[in-house]
Unconditional design. Structure first.
Length: 192
């Protein structure tokens, strides 16, 4: 298999995304993550609660349910019954970390989600927080990408994990995240 440079992959990814006109919203990310790590409904609700955003079982189902179009052409629209924004998704990820690793001893549980600045690159945040929650190393992330035949370098992974504004920060596109979550599911099923 030919290895492409990062710039070539980003260009190809942009072309594919523009042609497909499909984007991934937070509900898609949550649904794919749920299947990838085999997260049960009770754990999903608990993660939201631990992140400071309590949801009922009905609300959780609405977050994961797509609205069906009358013509049945819903594949390009990604419209869910209850869309979630970046702050709510970030709070869920914080709750997932607490659920997976336990609360920090020196910090009390979060009562309300923190009012943080606008999150522009939620895929980078998702990758970073999954690395923490699942106690992954960069080698694990590379192995997960290899499951779907993507071979980024360690430097690219490091660039995805940097904070926005830091030198060498690279945004993680939807195509990379879609493939990462698919690879994570394959990796977990193979491991488990």
């Amino acid at each position: 298999m030919r290895h492409c440079s990062f710039r070539e992959r980003v260009t190809i990814s942009k072309e594919v995304t523009q042609n497909m006109e499909v984007f991934m919203n937070n509900n898609d990310r949550l649904l794919r993550l749920r299947y990838a790590i085999d997260l049960k409904d009770t754990d999903l609700i608990k993660a939201f609660e631990l992140g400071g955003v309590p949801v009922t079982k009905e609300e959780a189902q609405a977050i994961l349910t797509k609205i069906q179009d009358k013509q049945g052409d819903n594949e390009k629209k990604n419209i869910y019954e209850k869309p979630i924004n970046n702050q709510v998704f970030d709070a869920f990820l914080n709750g997932l970390i607490i659920l997976a690793r336990g609360p920090q001893k020196d910090k009390p549980a979060q009562a309300m989600p923190q009012k943080s600045k606008e999150i522009k690159h939620i895929n980078n945040v998702l990758l970073k927080k999954l690395k923490i929650a699942l106690s992954m190393t960069s080698e694990d992330i590379l192995a997960i990408f290899a499951e779907v035949e993507l071979y980024p370098s360690k430097g690219e992974i490091g660039a995805f994990l940097r904070r926005e504004g830091q030198r060498n920060f690279k945004p993680c596109g939807d195509e990379y995240m879609r493939n990462f979550l698919k690879g994570l599911g394959i990796y977990n099923r193979r491991k488990g």
